[in-house]
Design a protein around this ligand. Structure first.
Ligand code: ZN
Length: 227
């Protein structure tokens, strides 16, 4: 069938060639207008496959010839486009380029924000650590080491291992609000008891360890009078 077609096509006149193409176009347009969504998807997909196969075995010259004829075809179609068609196309190209430029800018801004934030964080932590005692520093070094281990675990293939790591005690509480460590079970070490103390002066209930005078300045302030 293909060979026959190739033979008869090589012998057809320019007029016959044009005629055949025009009939083909009409036939295709008709069948496409009536195709269902699935038919359309199937057709496009098999077309893509055919294109992929054809391109994967095309020679360097074949590729150049194809690109050249593509360029010519585009130039032709642009030469024959109407003012409105041209405006629409340029508009779309322009808008597309504008959208791309805006997206690029947003992306770079985000990158910039992230790196500025990181360096500010680094400075802040450096400042906090500058005020530490040797003991605190040693504890932090240990905590950093543990955190690195945890991070390595959590980036490994088995993410679940992160939940199986050994729990660390919450020893150094100062500043730990700024240094969350996933290995510490804070709840187990964060029990501050109940409101069991009662102020002798104003009977306010207090946490264990709350200093005297915090509620009523040791009786100087009479709550009943205010209320
Ligand atoms: Zn009191």
């Amino acid at each position: 069938m293909r060979t026959q077609n190739a033979l008869s096509r090589s012998q057809e006149s320019a007029e016959a060639h044009e005629m055949r193409l025009s009939i083909d176009r009409e036939r295709h347009a008709k069948s496409r207008a009536s195709e269902t969504f699935t038919q359309r998807e199937t057709r496009l997909s098999s077309q893509r496959n055919r294109t992929d196969v054809a391109r994967s075995c095309e020679s360097v010259e074949g590729r150049q010839a194809r690109l050249e004829s593509d360029r010519e075809r585009h130039a032709e179609s642009r030469a024959s486009e109407t003012y409105t068609q041209r405006e629409t196309r340029l508009n779309t190209d322009e808008q597309r380029e504008e959208r791309r430029a805006a997206a690029r800018q947003r992306y770079h801004e985000l990158l910039g924000d992230a790196s500025t934030h990181l360096s500010q964080e680094r400075d802040r932590i450096q400042e906090i650590r500058g005020t530490w005692s040797d003991e605190q520093r040693a504890a932090q070094v240990e905590q950093d080491r543990l955190r690195r281990n945890v991070n390595q675990l959590s980036t490994s293939d088995e993410e679940s291992t992160v939940y199986d790591i050994e729990e660390q005690p919450w020893l150094n509480k100062e500043g730990s609000g700024f240094m969350y460590n996933v290995a510490i079970n804070y709840a187990a070490y964060g029990n501050i008891g109940a409101l069991e103390e009662v102020c002798a002066h104003c009977q306010a209930r207090k946490w264990k360890g709350e200093p005297n005078g915090m509620c009523c300045a040791s009786g100087d302030c009479k709550v009943c009078c205010i209320m």
